[in-house]
Design a protein around this ligand. Structure first.
Ligand SMILES: *Cc1c(COP(=O)(O)O)cnc(C)c1O
Length: 345
Protein backbone atom coordinates (compact mmCIF):
# COMPACT_ATOMS: atom_id res chain seq x y z
CA UNK A 1 0.00 0.00 0.00
CA UNK A 2 1.31 3.44 -0.83
CA UNK A 3 2.01 5.88 1.94
CA UNK A 4 -0.87 7.78 3.55
CA UNK A 5 -0.81 10.83 5.80
CA UNK A 6 -4.20 10.58 7.49
CA UNK A 7 -2.50 10.02 10.85
CA UNK A 8 1.05 9.94 12.12
CA UNK A 9 0.10 6.56 13.60
CA UNK A 10 0.02 4.98 10.13
CA UNK A 11 3.82 4.85 10.36
CA UNK A 12 5.73 1.82 11.53
CA UNK A 13 8.50 1.52 14.11
CA UNK A 14 11.62 3.57 13.43
CA UNK A 15 14.97 1.70 13.11
CA UNK A 16 16.41 3.02 16.40
CA UNK A 17 13.39 1.84 18.42
CA UNK A 18 13.27 -1.47 16.58
CA UNK A 19 16.98 -2.11 17.11
CA UNK A 20 16.65 -1.52 20.86
CA UNK A 21 13.66 -3.86 21.07
CA UNK A 22 15.66 -6.52 19.29
CA UNK A 23 18.53 -6.09 21.74
CA UNK A 24 16.08 -6.26 24.64
CA UNK A 25 14.83 -9.57 23.28
CA UNK A 26 18.09 -11.34 24.13
CA UNK A 27 17.67 -13.60 27.12
CA UNK A 28 15.64 -13.16 30.26
CA UNK A 29 15.50 -10.19 32.63
CA UNK A 30 13.31 -9.38 35.66
CA UNK A 31 9.67 -8.44 34.98
CA UNK A 32 7.49 -5.42 35.89
CA UNK A 33 10.16 -2.81 35.30
CA UNK A 34 12.85 -4.27 37.55
CA UNK A 35 15.06 -4.69 34.48
CA UNK A 36 18.14 -2.76 33.26
CA UNK A 37 16.31 -1.38 30.17
CA UNK A 38 13.72 0.36 32.29
CA UNK A 39 16.36 1.89 34.57
CA UNK A 40 18.30 3.04 31.52
CA UNK A 41 15.20 4.56 29.92
CA UNK A 42 14.25 6.47 33.07
CA UNK A 43 17.84 7.70 33.36
CA UNK A 44 17.78 8.77 29.71
CA UNK A 45 14.75 10.95 30.51
CA UNK A 46 16.52 12.46 33.51
CA UNK A 47 19.50 13.24 31.30
CA UNK A 48 17.32 14.64 28.52
CA UNK A 49 15.41 16.90 30.90
CA UNK A 50 18.50 17.71 32.99
CA UNK A 51 16.61 17.16 36.22
CA UNK A 52 15.80 14.41 38.69
CA UNK A 53 12.29 13.76 37.39
CA UNK A 54 10.12 10.74 38.18
CA UNK A 55 9.23 8.69 35.08
CA UNK A 56 6.49 6.12 34.40
CA UNK A 57 5.58 4.19 31.27
CA UNK A 58 2.07 3.58 29.94
CA UNK A 59 0.78 1.87 26.83
CA UNK A 60 -0.92 4.86 25.24
CA UNK A 61 -1.68 8.55 25.47
CA UNK A 62 -5.21 8.21 26.76
CA UNK A 63 -3.95 6.31 29.79
CA UNK A 64 -0.99 8.61 30.30
CA UNK A 65 -3.08 11.80 30.18
CA UNK A 66 -5.92 10.40 32.25
CA UNK A 67 -3.75 8.98 34.99
CA UNK A 68 -1.57 12.08 35.13
CA UNK A 69 -4.62 14.33 35.52
CA UNK A 70 -6.10 11.93 38.06
CA UNK A 71 -2.88 12.27 40.08
CA UNK A 72 -3.36 16.05 40.21
CA UNK A 73 -7.01 16.01 41.25
CA UNK A 74 -9.52 14.87 43.81
CA UNK A 75 -12.89 13.76 42.44
CA UNK A 76 -14.43 17.16 43.23
CA UNK A 77 -11.77 19.06 41.30
CA UNK A 78 -11.88 20.31 37.72
CA UNK A 79 -9.37 20.53 34.88
CA UNK A 80 -9.28 23.52 32.54
CA UNK A 81 -8.65 22.69 28.89
CA UNK A 82 -9.38 23.81 25.35
CA UNK A 83 -12.49 22.47 23.64
CA UNK A 84 -10.08 21.06 21.01
CA UNK A 85 -8.13 19.09 23.63
CA UNK A 86 -7.60 15.38 23.04
CA UNK A 87 -8.58 14.75 26.67
CA UNK A 88 -11.98 16.24 25.84
CA UNK A 89 -12.60 15.04 22.28
CA UNK A 90 -10.80 11.71 21.96
CA UNK A 91 -10.43 9.95 25.28
CA UNK A 92 -13.94 8.65 25.81
CA UNK A 93 -14.23 10.26 29.24
CA UNK A 94 -11.13 8.50 30.55
CA UNK A 95 -9.82 11.56 32.46
CA UNK A 96 -13.15 11.83 34.28
CA UNK A 97 -13.26 8.07 34.79
CA UNK A 98 -9.77 7.64 36.23
CA UNK A 99 -10.14 10.71 38.44
CA UNK A 100 -13.46 9.43 39.75
CA UNK A 101 -15.32 12.41 38.37
CA UNK A 102 -13.02 15.42 38.06
CA UNK A 103 -14.78 17.57 35.50
CA UNK A 104 -13.17 19.05 32.40
CA UNK A 105 -13.93 22.77 32.11
CA UNK A 106 -13.78 23.80 28.46
CA UNK A 107 -12.61 27.13 27.15
CA UNK A 108 -15.03 27.86 24.33
CA UNK A 109 -12.47 29.39 22.03
CA UNK A 110 -12.19 29.32 18.23
CA UNK A 111 -8.69 27.93 18.44
CA UNK A 112 -6.87 25.18 20.27
CA UNK A 113 -4.45 27.33 22.26
CA UNK A 114 -5.43 28.39 25.75
CA UNK A 115 -4.55 31.88 26.95
CA UNK A 116 -3.93 33.02 30.52
CA UNK A 117 -7.19 34.97 30.21
CA UNK A 118 -9.16 31.82 29.24
CA UNK A 119 -7.73 30.12 32.32
CA UNK A 120 -8.43 33.03 34.61
CA UNK A 121 -12.01 33.34 33.37
CA UNK A 122 -12.78 29.67 33.97
CA UNK A 123 -10.90 29.47 37.26
CA UNK A 124 -12.52 32.53 38.81
CA UNK A 125 -16.07 32.54 37.41
CA UNK A 126 -17.29 30.68 40.50
CA UNK A 127 -15.90 30.00 43.93
CA UNK A 128 -18.90 28.50 45.67
CA UNK A 129 -19.36 24.98 46.98
CA UNK A 130 -21.65 24.00 44.09
CA UNK A 131 -19.00 24.26 41.39
CA UNK A 132 -16.17 21.72 40.78
CA UNK A 133 -13.06 23.34 42.21
CA UNK A 134 -10.47 24.21 39.52
CA UNK A 135 -7.26 22.37 40.26
CA UNK A 136 -5.34 21.79 37.03
CA UNK A 137 -4.80 23.11 33.53
CA UNK A 138 -3.85 20.95 30.58
CA UNK A 139 -2.28 22.27 27.38
CA UNK A 140 -1.33 20.27 24.29
CA UNK A 141 2.08 21.01 22.75
CA UNK A 142 1.87 21.14 19.77
CA UNK A 143 -1.91 21.51 19.75
CA UNK A 144 -4.37 19.16 18.08
CA UNK A 145 -4.39 21.71 15.22
CA UNK A 146 -0.62 21.67 14.82
CA UNK A 147 0.11 24.98 16.53
CA UNK A 148 2.82 25.76 19.03
CA UNK A 149 2.86 27.56 22.35
CA UNK A 150 5.98 29.69 22.48
CA UNK A 151 8.10 29.45 25.63
CA UNK A 152 6.82 32.88 26.64
CA UNK A 153 3.23 31.67 26.24
CA UNK A 154 3.91 28.59 28.39
CA UNK A 155 5.57 30.74 31.04
CA UNK A 156 2.63 33.14 31.05
CA UNK A 157 0.20 30.23 31.46
CA UNK A 158 2.21 28.66 34.28
CA UNK A 159 2.44 32.06 35.98
CA UNK A 160 -1.33 32.31 35.92
CA UNK A 161 -1.59 28.74 37.20
CA UNK A 162 0.73 29.47 40.15
CA UNK A 163 -1.21 32.58 41.02
CA UNK A 164 -4.52 30.70 40.99
CA UNK A 165 -3.25 27.55 42.73
CA UNK A 166 -3.53 25.35 39.63
CA UNK A 167 -1.20 22.59 38.48
CA UNK A 168 -0.01 22.51 34.85
CA UNK A 169 -0.10 19.35 32.73
CA UNK A 170 1.25 19.14 29.19
CA UNK A 171 -0.08 16.63 26.66
CA UNK A 172 3.05 16.06 24.60
CA UNK A 173 1.78 13.37 22.24
CA UNK A 174 3.98 15.18 19.67
CA UNK A 175 6.42 16.72 22.13
CA UNK A 176 9.41 15.95 19.92
CA UNK A 177 7.87 17.90 17.04
CA UNK A 178 7.48 20.88 19.35
CA UNK A 179 11.09 20.72 20.57
CA UNK A 180 12.36 20.44 17.01
CA UNK A 181 10.18 23.31 15.78
CA UNK A 182 11.02 25.72 18.60
CA UNK A 183 14.66 24.68 18.76
CA UNK A 184 14.56 24.70 22.53
CA UNK A 185 15.58 22.08 25.05
CA UNK A 186 13.04 19.72 26.64
CA UNK A 187 13.86 21.34 29.98
CA UNK A 188 13.12 24.85 28.69
CA UNK A 189 9.76 23.69 27.32
CA UNK A 190 8.69 22.00 30.56
CA UNK A 191 9.89 22.37 34.13
CA UNK A 192 11.86 25.54 33.46
CA UNK A 193 8.66 27.05 32.05
CA UNK A 194 6.55 25.83 34.98
CA UNK A 195 5.08 22.54 33.69
CA UNK A 196 4.43 20.09 36.56
CA UNK A 197 3.85 16.91 34.58
CA UNK A 198 4.38 15.95 30.94
CA UNK A 199 2.98 13.09 28.89
CA UNK A 200 5.69 12.46 26.30
CA UNK A 201 4.46 10.60 23.22
CA UNK A 202 6.50 7.66 22.03
CA UNK A 203 4.01 6.12 19.63
CA UNK A 204 3.81 9.11 17.28
CA UNK A 205 7.57 9.55 17.60
CA UNK A 206 8.39 6.15 16.10
CA UNK A 207 7.72 3.50 18.73
CA UNK A 208 5.30 0.61 18.35
CA UNK A 209 3.50 1.63 21.52
CA UNK A 210 4.15 3.64 24.64
CA UNK A 211 4.06 7.02 26.33
CA UNK A 212 6.11 8.30 29.23
CA UNK A 213 4.64 10.25 32.12
CA UNK A 214 7.28 12.62 33.47
CA UNK A 215 6.72 14.26 36.86
CA UNK A 216 8.93 17.28 37.50
CA UNK A 217 7.39 17.74 40.93
CA UNK A 218 8.16 14.36 42.47
CA UNK A 219 5.59 14.75 45.24
CA UNK A 220 2.82 14.62 42.63
CA UNK A 221 4.03 11.15 41.63
CA UNK A 222 3.27 9.69 45.05
CA UNK A 223 1.43 6.40 44.54
CA UNK A 224 1.46 6.78 40.76
CA UNK A 225 2.94 3.29 40.35
CA UNK A 226 -0.18 1.88 42.02
CA UNK A 227 -2.40 4.06 39.84
CA UNK A 228 -0.74 2.61 36.71
CA UNK A 229 -1.06 -0.96 37.94
CA UNK A 230 -4.71 -0.56 38.90
CA UNK A 231 -5.49 0.93 35.49
CA UNK A 232 -3.92 -2.04 33.70
CA UNK A 233 -0.92 0.01 32.62
CA UNK A 234 1.89 -1.92 34.30
CA UNK A 235 3.58 -3.96 31.57
CA UNK A 236 4.90 -7.24 32.90
CA UNK A 237 7.48 -7.46 30.12
CA UNK A 238 8.26 -3.80 30.71
CA UNK A 239 11.54 -3.92 28.82
CA UNK A 240 9.68 -3.93 25.51
CA UNK A 241 7.96 -0.67 26.48
CA UNK A 242 11.17 0.94 27.72
CA UNK A 243 13.95 -0.34 25.43
CA UNK A 244 12.57 1.62 22.44
CA UNK A 245 12.81 4.80 24.53
CA UNK A 246 16.49 4.02 25.11
CA UNK A 247 16.86 3.65 21.34
CA UNK A 248 15.07 6.92 20.61
CA UNK A 249 16.59 9.07 23.34
CA UNK A 250 20.20 7.88 23.38
CA UNK A 251 20.54 8.08 19.59
CA UNK A 252 18.86 11.46 19.21
CA UNK A 253 16.29 9.89 16.86
CA UNK A 254 13.47 11.36 18.96
CA UNK A 255 14.43 14.85 17.78
CA UNK A 256 15.37 13.90 14.21
CA UNK A 257 12.03 12.15 13.80
CA UNK A 258 10.19 15.22 15.03
CA UNK A 259 12.16 17.55 12.77
CA UNK A 260 11.46 15.32 9.78
CA UNK A 261 7.70 15.37 10.35
CA UNK A 262 7.82 19.16 10.64
CA UNK A 263 9.82 19.50 7.42
CA UNK A 264 7.26 17.36 5.60
CA UNK A 265 4.35 19.60 6.64
CA UNK A 266 6.34 22.66 5.55
CA UNK A 267 7.03 20.97 2.21
CA UNK A 268 3.39 20.27 1.46
CA UNK A 269 2.47 23.79 2.55
CA UNK A 270 5.01 25.25 0.13
CA UNK A 271 3.90 22.98 -2.72
CA UNK A 272 0.24 24.02 -2.50
CA UNK A 273 0.82 27.72 -1.69
CA UNK A 274 -1.19 30.05 -3.89
CA UNK A 275 -3.50 27.39 -5.36
CA UNK A 276 -6.99 28.86 -5.75
CA UNK A 277 -9.35 27.72 -2.99
CA UNK A 278 -6.60 25.92 -1.08
CA UNK A 279 -5.26 27.29 2.17
CA UNK A 280 -4.14 26.06 5.57
CA UNK A 281 -6.87 26.58 8.17
CA UNK A 282 -4.37 26.78 11.02
CA UNK A 283 -0.78 28.04 11.10
CA UNK A 284 1.53 25.21 10.01
CA UNK A 285 4.03 25.04 12.87
CA UNK A 286 4.71 21.36 13.50
CA UNK A 287 3.97 18.14 11.57
CA UNK A 288 0.34 18.81 10.68
CA UNK A 289 -1.42 20.69 7.92
CA UNK A 290 -5.18 21.21 7.69
CA UNK A 291 -6.10 22.26 4.16
CA UNK A 292 -9.29 24.08 3.41
CA UNK A 293 -10.35 22.95 -0.08
CA UNK A 294 -13.47 22.98 -2.25
CA UNK A 295 -15.59 19.83 -1.99
CA UNK A 296 -14.67 18.70 -5.53
CA UNK A 297 -11.00 18.76 -4.56
CA UNK A 298 -11.60 16.69 -1.42
CA UNK A 299 -13.64 14.22 -3.47
CA UNK A 300 -11.03 14.12 -6.20
CA UNK A 301 -8.34 13.32 -3.67
CA UNK A 302 -10.43 10.54 -2.18
CA UNK A 303 -11.01 9.16 -5.70
CA UNK A 304 -7.27 9.12 -6.21
CA UNK A 305 -6.93 6.97 -3.11
CA UNK A 306 -5.86 9.55 -0.52
CA UNK A 307 -7.14 9.07 2.99
CA UNK A 308 -7.60 11.98 5.37
CA UNK A 309 -9.85 13.18 8.16
CA UNK A 310 -11.97 16.33 8.07
CA UNK A 311 -13.23 16.22 11.67
CA UNK A 312 -11.36 19.35 12.81
CA UNK A 313 -12.39 22.54 11.03
CA UNK A 314 -13.68 20.75 7.92
CA UNK A 315 -10.32 20.82 6.16
CA UNK A 316 -8.27 17.83 5.03
CA UNK A 317 -5.81 16.90 7.75
CA UNK A 318 -2.42 15.52 6.78
CA UNK A 319 0.03 14.42 9.49
CA UNK A 320 3.65 13.45 8.88
CA UNK A 321 5.67 10.94 10.85
CA UNK A 322 9.33 9.91 10.87
CA UNK A 323 8.88 7.75 7.77
CA UNK A 324 7.12 10.20 5.44
CA UNK A 325 8.73 10.18 2.00
CA UNK A 326 9.24 13.45 0.14
CA UNK A 327 8.31 11.70 -3.14
CA UNK A 328 4.96 10.68 -1.68
CA UNK A 329 4.33 14.19 -0.37
CA UNK A 330 5.10 15.54 -3.82
CA UNK A 331 2.72 13.01 -5.34
CA UNK A 332 0.00 14.23 -2.95
CA UNK A 333 0.80 17.84 -3.88
CA UNK A 334 0.62 16.98 -7.60
CA UNK A 335 -2.77 15.36 -7.05
CA UNK A 336 -4.02 18.45 -5.19
CA UNK A 337 -2.87 20.62 -8.11
CA UNK A 338 -4.62 18.29 -10.57
CA UNK A 339 -7.86 18.23 -8.56
CA UNK A 340 -7.90 22.03 -8.30
CA UNK A 341 -7.58 22.13 -12.11
CA UNK A 342 -10.48 19.69 -12.61
CA UNK A 343 -13.28 22.16 -11.91
CA UNK A 344 -16.75 20.57 -11.78
CA UNK A 345 -18.94 21.36 -14.79
C1 LIG B 1 -2.51 10.74 19.61
C2 LIG B 1 -2.75 11.69 20.73
C3 LIG B 1 -2.81 11.23 22.05
C4 LIG B 1 -2.70 9.76 22.43
O1 LIG B 1 -3.71 8.99 21.90
P1 LIG B 1 -3.81 7.40 22.17
O2 LIG B 1 -4.55 6.92 20.98
O3 LIG B 1 -4.54 7.22 23.41
O4 LIG B 1 -2.41 6.89 22.25
C5 LIG B 1 -2.94 12.17 23.06
N1 LIG B 1 -3.03 13.47 22.80
C6 LIG B 1 -2.99 13.96 21.53
C7 LIG B 1 -3.07 15.42 21.30
C8 LIG B 1 -2.87 13.08 20.46
O5 LIG B 1 -2.83 13.55 19.22
Amino acid sequence: MSQQFASDNYAGICPEAWQAMQEANAGSVPAYGEDPWTTRAADAFRTLFATDCEVFFAFNGTAANSLALAALCQSYHSVICSSFAHVETDECGAPEFFSNGSKLLLARTQQAKLTPQDIRTLATCRSDIHYPKPRAVTITQPTETGELYSLDEIRAISGTCRELGLRLHMDGARFSNACAALGCSPAEMTWQAGVDVLCFGGTKNGMAVGEAIVFFDRELADGFDYRCKQAGQLASKMRFLTAPWVGLLESGAWLRNGAHGNACAARLKARVAGLPGIEPIFPVEANAIFLRAPEHVLEGLRDRGWRFYTFIGGGARFMFAWDALFEEIDRLADDIVACVGNKPA
